[in-house]
Design a protein around this ligand. Structure first.
Ligand SMILES: Nc1ncnc2c1ncn2[C@@H]1O[C@H](COP(=O)(O)OP(=O)(O)O)[C@@H](O)[C@H]1O
Ligand SMILES: [Mg+2]
Length: 318
């Protein structure tokens, strides 16, 4: 059921008095979620209200929030795994809960618990699973599988049983399977869980190439706050219960220490360091921090404070 509309056309959500919805999904949105209410069987309910969520083509959109806030629930709605009782969910313009088959070949997924999606006897069979389901020809699958295994550095794992792999290896295998069919939208839940630092850096680089050079839209969740500046073009912050309280670029989002604290999100370690040094600069990457520290004139520069941004009231990603 779509959300009821007020006379002005804006969604009228009885449960949420402070929603700041746009006027529905825009054709340019790859994914859009507005005011979704989901009740699990045991009575736990998640209300993804507040700001609207939207993901754009060729951007990396990151969901942040404490454990249990509703990040996976939001992704499950995008993937048609859950059906909304209230609210609007659109992916490529359709409701995934009702019409998943129409869009499934355009979407690649790595779930938080990769074990549930690695079901074949060998890594190779697992990576090829979706392409076989979609009826790709054998030669095309072999070529694509070789290329993606090479790209992810997992060619040596092809004959292994997925369940015998380490957590990080499993995540790379699941990612290879998700990417083999060259999806337009890649959804990654806890994208970096189990990855060692060098694997994480490789995946960060890969996601940047995929989105900025190949036009793939990426939606991911992570707890890795210090990586956000490198992995996000745009972020959404959820708080307990599912409310989307903040959105913006990493610099914009991290300027809202108060709202982040209310969502149990600590600032990036570099921001904390500069705050404790009494320096108004808020660099988010080591490179930016080095630039600040190398320039004595910038040490107390007021112009280097975090940018002015909006949180609640900005109306989300348009
Ligand atoms: N299958 C389920 N049954 C009951 N409650 C669930 C289920 N999955 C998630 N929840 C609850 O829904 C809320 C949101 O969970 P989730 O979306 O997994 O949060 P996050 O991914 O942000 O950690 C939590 O309170 C969680 O306990
Ligand atoms: Mg989760």
């Amino acid at each position: 059921m779509d959300v009821p509309r007020t006379a002005s056309g804006a969604p009228d959500c009885e449960l949420c008095q402070k929603h700041l919805h746009r006027h529905g999904p825009h054709p340019a949105d790859v994914a859009y979620v507005s005011c979704v209410l989901h009740s699990y069987g045991d009575g736990t309910s998640v209300h993804l209200c507040g700001l609207d969520f939207c993901a754009h083509k060729a951007e990396r959109t990151v969901l942040l929030g404490p454990n249990g806030a509703g990040k996976s629930t939001l992704l499950a709605h995008l993937l048609g795994l859950l059906h909304s009782e209230e609210g609007v969910v659109r992916v490529f313009g359709v409701d995934p809960g009702r019409n998943w088959r129409a869009i499934r070949e355009r979407i690649g997924v790595v779930l938080q618990n990769v074990d549930v999606q690695l079901i074949m006897p060998t890594v190779y069979d697992d990576i090829c699973f979706s392409a076989r389901q979609y009826g790709w020809e054998r030669a095309r699958i072999e070529e694509a599988a070789a290329a993606i295994m090479e790209r992810l550095g997992i060619a040596g794992l092809a004959e292994r049983a997925p369940q015998s792999l380490s957590g990080g290896e499993k995540r790379k295998v699941a990612l290879a399977g998700a990417l083999l069919t060259r999806p337009e939208l890649l959804v990654l839940d806890e994208a970096f869980e189990g990855l060692d630092p060098s694997s994480r850096a490789e995946i960060v680089e890969l996601l940047s190439e995929l989105s900025h050079e190949e036009g793939v839209s990426v939606v991911l969740t992570t707890h890795d706050i210090d990586a956000v500046a490198d992995i996000a073009d745009y972020c959404y912050v959820l708080r307990a219960g599912g409310e989307i309280v903040l959105s913006g670029s990493p610099a914009e989002v991290f300027a809202h220490a108060d709202l982040l604290e209310a969502s149990n999100i600590r600032p990036p370690v570099l921001a904390e360091l500069f705050e404790q040094l009494g320096n108004p600069a808020r660099p988010l990457t080591v490179k930016a921090a080095v630039e600040v520290l190398k320039d004595p004139g910038m040490l107390q520069s007021e112009t280097n404070t975090a940018p002015e941004v909006g949180g609640i009231g900005e109306g989300g990603h348009v």
